[in-house]
Design a protein around this ligand. Structure first.
Ligand SMILES: Cc1ncc(COP(=O)(O)O)c(C=O)c1O
Length: 380
């Protein structure tokens, strides 16, 4: 299989030799034009026309009422959790199978990540396992959800749409609503992904996207918060600009805010990238179909596909390999051919900073961790 796969990938990228990365950005549109325009305008920092334009475009594309551009996805998550009311000593439910930034953002709020297992099918937080688990550990007192075992408030839940694959997010939101737990969707990887015709990130109280260089569209570094709540959006903008009191010339601040606003020069790059977003999604979906066709002849390797009623952006194509030994052979073989493949992140609950955090049974995540592999997924 490895020779054939290497040949298939090299033919797809029309690259006979040299390194093929997992994901690299494509700048074939108005990127240079808009960035030069931002420089010429002298508005390169956090105030400027491209920041406003980008926010409007994200609202149009996702169907969200409000968008606030942020310097990166991690800080967008941090701010969203604060806006959702997460405070010191609270517990925030998330999944162990995610990039570490998801848990770090919870820690920045001095809250405690609480890990609940994922579904094997979606790689996202499992509604049924979440429901059963909350039934065991949660109690509601005067409208507030507490962990019966630790006594801490459970104030938010951060499900993550892994590698762009939408999870059963409507069910997660219903369960969390029942327990008065706010949902902040970590949609960092899923711009362009929809579930039941609604964009990922629009189901919860807040949603977050990342525009890091490895994402489907990039601003170098960048993020955005989306919400339908006008007051939350207003507060997001205020807190991300050092909590400055609006005034024509005075510089006054009435809270400890953050310098989290996206610079206009990054937003200029992003405005050009957003123009290409739908084209990129179609290309990635085409590649996923081709991989699907390729792998159907090979036993022991399954390409993970979107669930019914969803449209994945297929940001990173992901394989499920029979067992850990086979996975290691796969990784060694493809990397030897100079084709980048990599295993999934180490589960967050196993990292030394998070190993003492509360958790559910994590059998699915443990099973997946040994078997998942990402394969080249750039647009070409
Ligand atoms: C799931 C997830 N959450 C959060 C982040 C953080 O985003 P950023 O790198 O823009 O800070 C990323 C990506 O890097 C991510 O993949």
């Amino acid at each position: 299989m490895y020779n054939n796969l290497s040949k298939f990938i090299r033919e797809h990228y029309n690259q006979e030799s040299g390194f093929i990365p997992l994901h690299s950005p494509v700048f074939n549109g108005n990127e240079k034009k808009y960035v030069i325009d931002a420089i010429d305008s002298t508005f390169v920092s956090s105030v400027g026309a491209y920041v406003d334009k980008f926010e409007d475009e994200i609202c149009n594309y996702t169907g969200s009422n409000h968008a606030v551009a942020i310097v990166n996805g991690t800080n967008a998550l941090h701010l969203s959790l604060l806006l959702a009311g997460v405070g010191e000593g609270d517990e925030v439910i998330t999944q162990p199978l995610s990039f570490v930034a998801t848990a770090n953002a919870i820690s920045y709020c001095k809250a405690i990540p609480h890990f609940v297992d994922v579904d094997k099918e979606t790689l996202g937080l499992s509604p049924s396992l979440l429901k059963n688990y909350l039934k065991q550990i949660a109690k509601i007192k005067e409208g507030v959800c507490y962990n019966k075992i630790t006594g801490n408030k459970i104030s938010a839940c951060v499900p993550m749409h892994t590698f762009g694959l939408p999870m059963y997010i409507d069910e997660i939101v219903n369960i969390c609503n029942h327990y008065n737990i706010s949902v902040v969707e970590d949609a960092a990887e899923s711009l362009g992904s929809f579930y039941k015709n609604k964009h990922t990130g629009t189901f919860g109280l807040l949603g977050v996207f990342s525009f890091n260089g490895n994402k489907i569209v990039t601003s170098g570094g960048g993020g955005v918060i989306i919400t339908n709540d006008k007051e939350i959006a207003k507060k997001a903008k205020y807190l991300s600009t050092q909590a400055k009191v609006p005034h024509k010339w005075e510089y006054s601040h009435d809270f400890i805010g953050f310098n989290y606003r996206m610079p206009n020069i990054n937003a200029a790059l992003l405005c050009a990238q957003i123009e290409c977003l739908e084209f990129f999604v179609q290309k990635k979906r085409g590649l996923s179909d081709s991989y699907h066709h390729f792998f159907k002849d090979y036993e022991g390797v399954i390409l993970i596909r979107e669930i019914d009623e969803s449209r994945s952006n297929y940001w990173l194509n992901t394989l499920l390999i029979k067992d850990q030994n086979e996975r290691d052979v796969f990784l060694n073989s493809l990397n030897k051919f100079n084709i980048m493949t990599r295993p999934v992140w180490n589960l967050i609950n196993t990292l030394n900073m998070y190993e003492k955090c509360p958790k559910s049974d994590l059998s699915n995540s443990i099973w997946l961790e040994k078997r998942l592999v990402n394969i080249p997924s750039s647009v070409c």
